[in-house]
Design a protein around this ligand. Structure first.
Ligand code: HEM
Length: 497
């Protein structure tokens, strides 16, 4: 309209006006709405992008990792793709991912902060922070988790106790078929709760159910297909219809809940005997009370709790497909190594190579975080002959390593032999990057691996699972939604052994 008036003001009428306004529109689109030019830097090549939309139409929403792998075949292991008007450098294949995340770990350790993350976390906590805040919180979290692992009530004991609650909850359902997804989410959330809050919650506890619900919903936000558009229109969230607004409201409710828990910890804090993660954090807060730039402040404590809880669904999502695959051989291993009279221990894992291989293969196959979480470069970086400017979105395409054709015998098939040598011993693989790699590698990895092993063996020690539908109809591949892959949900009969 403005351009039409401009043409009219220039004294052009009728078809002349229309023609000129079309011409001006084209120029407007070309010069103002085209993808932002990166001021300095020589970005790697990639497919040409549309104004505003970038390469939206070249990336399949349901399988973005597959589209990116295909583009990698065309443009090479390091290429540029435009998410709206922002460029992202994609690292495709083991060599590029390893070189960036491990060999050039520091340069690539930044978290790319989408505006939506600010809406959710205000950039507090570990996952969506950078610089000194991220460094200090990550170090503190890793050492506190390690100390609790060796403490009075070890993490292993907490997992075994929770596994027993899981078995009882399933037994209580008698012979009704059941999708174990919800119970598995409760179980892995409770492990985090017992480390962080000092106690587990009953599965029926209303506060606990709200907590789980809120995280499932927050995950939906991060996984929403429209998340990329936030980059162009950060305020879009304010115009979203009701349910999405509610999710952000829920995030606030969650913070209020954690606030109450922290307050009650403060009132009963015994400095010589920290009971849980919150106690450790509060002690550190007091120690650094007078340091004006301390990162041990309440907002970081709130968000850290939320960060840890976010791991709960990753574990549940990984166990679910484990229940759907053939497990006779695992039953045999459990019977030989653990028997039926005692509980399994983490030490048993070394003598159960097949079970360990199956757990790894499920994680490789379902490819839970195909594009990892968004990374960025912490300074202007020369990489593979290109110059990536500080702050550019970097996508470590974990999928391209977990499903790489040169690393795995049958990359697109579920095959536990990928992790077994010719003598049936467990075989590690450098291409197993389900937890990512380098400085941002998932800090919950060893906890998650312990949970996967102990939950699975405890369940299989007690039950035989029989899917309600025919085995042949079961598909253990997962559907990608945003940053995460979500496995299909099936119902089972749990038959006591
Ligand atoms: C099967 C289970 C899990 C998988 C596959 C998984 C995978 C991942 C991946 C791929 C990342 C992104 C790393 C990167 O930016 O390159 C990540 C980050 C993270 N994970 Fe996990 N995770 C799992 C469970 C957990 C658990 C149980 C916790 C809680 C203790 C947890 C806490 C975190 C945190 C705090 C980060 C952010 C680290 C940072 O930014 O420095 N994860 N995880």
């Amino acid at each position: 309209m403005f351009l039409y008036s401009l043409a009219a003001a220039m004294g052009l009428n009728g078809p002349g006006t229309t023609l000129l306004s079309l011409l001006l529109s084209a120029l407007f689109i070309k010069w103002f709405l085209k993808p932002k030019q990166v001021q300095k830097g020589r970005l790697p090549p990639g497919p040409s992008a549309l104004p505003i939309l970038g390469n939206l139409f070249q990336v399949n929403r349901r399988a973005p990792n597959k589209s990116l792998i295909k583009l990698g075949e065309q443009y090479g292991p390091v290429f540029t793709i435009w998410f709206g008007s922002s460029p992202a450098v994609v690292l495709c294949g083991q060599e590029a991912v390893t070189e960036a995340l491990i060999e050039r770990g520091h340069d690539f350790s930044g978290r790319y902060l989408l505006p939506v993350f600010r809406k959710l976390t205000n950039y507090y906590g570990i996952v969506f922070s950078n610089g000194e805040r991220w460094k200090q919180l990550r170090k503190f979290t890793l050492s506190t988790f390690r100390n609790f692992g060796m403490g009075k009530k070890s993490i292993e004991e907490r997992i075994l106790e929770e596994a027993q609650f899981l078995v009882t909850a399933i037994q209580n359902k008698k012979d009704t078929p059941l999708s174990p997804n919800f119970l598995l989410r409760c179980a892995s959330s409770n492990i985090i709760c017992s480390i962080v809050f000092g106690d587990r919650f009953d599965h029926e506890d209303k506060r606990f159910l709200t907590l789980i619900e809120l995280f499932a919903e927050n995950l939906q936000i991060l996984s929403g297909p429209w998340i990329q558009l936030y980059n162009n229109f950060p305020t879009i969230v304010d115009f979203l219809p009701g349910p999405h607004k509610k999710l952000f409201q829920n995030a606030k409710d969650l913070m209020n809940f954690i606030k109450q828990v922290i307050q009650s910890h403060k009132e009963s804090l015994q400095k010589d005997f920290p009971r849980d993660f919150i106690d450790c954090f509060l002690i550190k807060m007091e120690e650094e009370e007078h340091e004006h730039d301390s990162e041990f402040i309440l907002m970081n404590l709130f968000q850290e709790k939320a960060d840890h809880l976010a791991g709960h669904s990753s574990v549940a999502c990984s166990i679910q497909p484990l229940l759907t695959i053939t497990i006779k051989k695992i039953h045999r291993e459990i019977d030989e190594v653990v028997g039926s009279c005692r509980r399994p221990t983490v030490e048993d894992r070394a003598n159960m190579p097949y079970t360990d291989a199956v757990i790894h293969e499920v994680q490789r196959y379902i490819d839970l975080a195909p594009m990892s979480l968004p990374h960025t470069v912490t300074r202007d970086v020369e990489f593979s002959g290109y110059l990536i400017p500080k702050g550019t979105y970097v996508v470590p395409l974990l999928s391209s390593v977990l499903k790489g054709t040169s690393q795995w015998e049958t990359p697109e098939e579920f095959n536990p032999n990928h992790f077994l040598d010719e003598n049936g011993h467990f075989k590690k693989s450098e291409s197993f990057v389900a937890f990512s790699a380098g400085k941002r590698i998932c800090p919950g990895e060893s906890l998650a691996r312990m949970e996967l092993f102990l939950f699975l063996t405890t369940l299989l020690q007690s039950f035989v699972f029989k899917p309600v539908i025919d085995h042949k109809e079961i598909d253990i591949s997962a559907v990608i939604s945003g940053f995460t892959a979500v496995p299909n949900d099936y119902e089972f009969y749990f038959i006591s052994r």
